[in-house]
Design a protein around this ligand. Structure first.
Ligand code: AQP
Length: 336
């Protein structure tokens, strides 16, 4: 049954969605679509312009992501699925919120620091403003809950701060959202370098399992996963065991069980056998998504149609907030 919780989350347009995105975010989106009133999911093409990119490719990647999300189980009739650049209210609210955002805090954001170091060309003001646009994405819908992975915690905290500052200055108009970080799978790690999160740009190719990888490729990546040299080898979570801990948590997420159950089931297994078992279960879990993706991605008109319908629903919600915010800030004609 649908409650009163309004859910919002955004996802980058790329065809290279990985197991971290899938477990940390996409499975939560699917679970949220019947709980959210509504559940709103946005493909963030505007965010994607803050680093070097190819405009023609961006359009393709938006469609890739739309197809992946629908293949994973999102139903555009049961949620609001749309492209950020189709709803101008996001950018307008971003500007209006920038006046209640602390510059020093933007400068200190981990993602900004990491990405600006990685930029070979221009470190854009857009990269610095990224969290303000992200705040606008959520606040424009007055969403209560934001399902994300652990890496987004800092951005969520900034967003809450911006909403609180706005409300203190202009009146209680914005909802201060809460994040929803899964207990298991919030930080899926790179299979080759398990100290790091699995990531589109920062990970190793062999350590990053893509949702669209062929089953034999998925299996090969798991077989090569880095473990540890504990003697005797033990399937348990713990310090110095980042690789095995990651595999245990991945399998628990796939099975919908607890990591302790996985430890029990594989108590006497060797590392090699455990890696094969995890690889096979992940490959079988992702295979139907990949198959559905192929069929969905072939029909671009249908994907564009779904996004356009979603944008219409999103705009109707966002324009109400903008009207209230403009009025409270004294911007535009009297009456908003
Ligand atoms: N390793 C991860 N484990 C769990 N959750 C993760 N997320 C990302 N990496 C992990 C979550 O996925 C959601 C969607 O992310 P995104 O597509 O918007 O892009 P991102 O967070 O920028 O993904 P990457 O791969 O981490 O890109 P890089 O590192 O290149 O910037 C988010 O909710 C995120 O928390």
């Amino acid at each position: 049954m649908r409650g009163i919780v309004r859910i919002f989350s955004g996802i980058q347009p790329t065809g290279r969605k990985h197991l971290g995105n899938y477990i940390g975010a996409i499975t939560q989106y699917v679970a949220g679509q019947d709980r959210g009133n509504p559940a709103i999911y946005c493909i963030v093409d505007l965010h994607a312009t803050t680093v070097a990119y190819d405009p023609a490719e961006l359009r393709e990647r938006v469609l890739d992501t739309t197809a992946i999300l629908i293949a994973a189980g999102l139903d555009p009739d049961r949620c609001v699925l749309f492209r950020q650049g189709d709803v101008a209210e996001h950018t307008e609210l971003c500007w209006l919120l920038s006046s209640v955002t602390e510059l020093g805090r933007l400068n200190r954001m981990h993602q900004f620091r990491d990405k600006s170091v990685a930029q070979r060309e221009l470190v854009s003001a857009g990269l610095l403003m990224y969290p303000v646009l992200q705040a606008a994405d959520v606040l424009v819908y007055r969403a209560h809950e934001v399902p994300v992975g652990e890496d987004q915690r800092e951005h969520l905290e900034l967003m809450r701060d911006v909403a609180e500052r706005f409300n203190a200055r202009y009146g209680d108009l914005l909802v201060v959202p809460k994040h929803r970080i899964p207990e298991v799978g919030a930080r899926v790690r790179d299979l080759q370098e398990p100290e790091r999160k699995m990531s589109t740009t920062g990970g190793t190719p062999q350590g990053t399992v893509l949702v669209l990888d062929e089953p034999n490729v998925v299996l090969k990546k798991f077989k090569r996963a880095v473990t540890d040299s504990e003697d005797p080898p033990t399937i348990r979570r713990g310090a110095g065991k980042a690789g095995i801990t990651n595999l245990i948590e991945i399998l628990a997420s796939v099975r919908g069980s607890e990591p302790a159950d996985v430890e029990r089931d594989f108590a006497n297994a060797r590392y090699g056998d455990f890696k094969v078992a995890v690889g096979e279960e992940v490959a079988a879990w992702l295979a139907p998504v990949r198959e559905r993706y192929e069929a969905l991605r072939a029909d671009e008109d249908a994907l564009e149609g779904a996004l356009a319908a979603g944008a219409g629903k999103a705009r109707a919600l966002a324009s109400e907030t903008l009207r209230d915010v403009r009025r409270a800030m004294g911007v535009g004609p009297p009456g908003g």
